[in-house]
Write a protein that binds this ligand. Structure first.
Ligand SMILES: *Cc1c(COP(=O)(O)O)cnc(C)c1O
Length: 363
C-alpha cells in the first residue's frame, strides 16, 4: 500500500525497482518517458547528425528551459546548464567578479565539497547561528549581524546532504536583500522536492535527485544584474540528458508542483513516525519537517564504520539507503547517519522492511 495518493501514478510511470529504493537524495528513479526521450534523441543524433538533431529540438529545449526556470523562480534567459551542481558552483565562482578577499556566510548544513570550493579560493567562511537543535538558520540573529557587517554573499543549502531540514530561504533572502547582500542557494536537494521560488540572486542544482532526471545534468540560474548567465554555460552539452530533464520537469508540473511537495512532506512525516526509536536509532529531524529526507543517528556508541556496515547490511537485504558521513555537513556534525530518502512511490511495506531490519541490527 502506497504512503501517498500519488504513489501509484509515480510507480506506473517507471519500472518497478528490483530493490527497496530509499535513496532519491543520491539519485532518483527516472520515468520511462524520461529514458525514452533520452534514447530517442541519441538515435536521432546518429540518424541526422548531432547538431542537426539539437536544432530540430530547439522549440522543445526552449520550452523545457522556461519550465525549469519557472520551477526555481527565474526566467529562461537566466538559466544555464552544466554537468552537475558542483560544476555549476565552480563556474559561478570562476566568472563572478568577487573582491580579492571574499567573505561568505553559510548555514551550518553547508555541503562539505562546497566549503572546499570556498576554501581553495581563500574565502573567509562564517557559519550562521542556528535557531534550534534541528539546525534551522536563526534569521533574527542574521538580521542583527547584518546591521554591523555585510559579507560579499550568503550561500545556503536549501536542504543539505546529511539532513532533511529545510532552511527558511525566502526569509533569508528578504533579510539579506534589505542589507543589499546577494544570496546564492544550493538547490541540489530541494529542486523537485520543496517549494523553490526564493527570490535569490543565484540558484543552482542537479537533475538526478528529486527531479528524477538523468545523471550528468546540472543547472544554474543567475539574476541578470548579478552576472551574465551565458558565461557559466558549458559549450559542450549532453543534449539528450537536458531533454530528459525537460520531460521529468514537465511530468512534475503536470501532477502539480505544490501537490508533489505536499505529498513528499507527508512521506517524510510518515517515515519519521515509522522509524523513530526503532532499535535505538534516533530520527534527527522534527517529525513534521516539510521534506522527504529522514536521517537516523545510530544507537549510542556506534562509529562511522558501524553505520557504513549497517548500510551494507541493509543493501544485502535489498534496501538502498545512504550512510552519510560527516564530510557532507562538516559544520553541523561529526556523526555518521543513515539517510532515508523515499520518493512518491514508497510503499508502507518498504518502510516496514527497513524498520524490521533496523530492529534486528546490532540490538
Ligand atoms: C548532491 C549535492 C550537491 C552536488 O550535486 P552534484 O550534481 O553531484 O554536483 C551539492 N549540494 C548538495 C546539498 C547536495 O546534496
Amino acid at each position: 500500500m502506497y504512503v501517498s495518493e500519488l504513489g501509484e501514478q509515480w510507480r506506473r510511470a517507471r519500472l518497478r525497482p528490483e530493490i527497496v529504493h530509499l535513496d532519491s537524495a543520491a539519485a532518483g528513479r527516472s520515468s520511462n518517458a524520461v529514458i525514452g526521450s533520452i534514447s530517442a534523441h541519441l538515435w536521432r543524433e546518429t540518424e541526422r547528425g548531432s547538431y542537426v538533431a539539437a536544432e530540430d529540438r530547439a522549440d522543445e529545449i526552449a520550452r523545457d528551459k522556461r519550465d525549469l526556470a519557472s520551477l526555481i523562480g527565474h526566467t529562461a534567459d537566466e538559466l544555464a546548464f552544466r554537468e552537475s551542481a558542483r560544476a555549476a558552483l565552480r563556474a559561478l565562482l570562476t566568472y563572478w567578479n568577487l573582491p580579492m578577499s571574499t567573505t561568505v556566510w553559510v548555514a551550518k548544513n553547508e555541503f562539505g565539497p562546497n566549503l572546499v570550493e570556498f576554501e581553495r579560493r581563500g574565502y573567509a567562511v562564517r557559519p550562521l547561528p542556528d535557531a534550534d537543535l534541528a539546525g534551522h538558520v536563526d534569521t533574527d540573529a542574521l538580521e542583527n549581524m547584518l546591521q554591523f557587517e555585510q559579507p560579499d554573499f550568503i550561500h545556503v543549502c536549501h536542504v543539505g546532504s546529511a539532513s532533511g531540514v529545510v532552511q527558511p530561504v525566502t526569509r533569508i533572502v528578504e533579510i539579506a536583500h534589505a542589507a543589499a547582500v546577494p544570496v546564492v542557494i544550493d538547490m541540489a536537494q530541494s529542486a523537485g522536492h520543496t517549494p523553490t521560488v526564493t527570490g535569490a540572486d543565484v540558484v543552482y542544482g542537479t537533475s538526478r535527485k528529486w527531479l528524477t532526471g538523468p545523471r550528468g545534468v546540472g543547472f544554474v540560474a543567475v539574476r541578470s544584474d548579478a552576472l551574465r548567465p551565458v558565461e557559466v554555460e558549458s559549450s559542450e552539452a549532453f543534449v539528450a540528458g537536458r531533454l530528459g530533464l525537460g520531460v521529468a520537469v514537465s511530468e512534475l508540473l503536470a501532477i502539480g508542483q505544490q501537490r508533489v511537495f505536499r505529498e513528499l512532506a507527508a512521506i517524510g512525516r510518515y517515515t519519521r513516525e515509522r522509524l523513530d526509536g526503532i532499535g535505538s536509532w534516533e530520527v534527527l529531524e522534527p517529525i513534521d519537517e516539510p521534506s522527504a529526507i529522514t536521517t537516523l543517528a545510530p544507537p549510542p556508541g556506534w562509529q562511522t564504520a558501524d553505520v557504513a556496515a549497517a548500510r551494507d547490511k541493509l543493501f544485502s537485504l535489498g534496501i538502498l539507503v545512504t550512510a552519510a558521513d560527516s564530510w557532507r555537513a562538516p559544520l553541523a556534525t561529526e556523526q555518521s547517519v543513515l539517510r532515508v530518502s523515499p520518493h512518491l512511490d514508497v510503499e508502507r511495506e518498504d518502510l516496514d522492511r527497513l524498520a524490521d531490519a533496523l530492529r534486528t541490527m546490532g540490538y
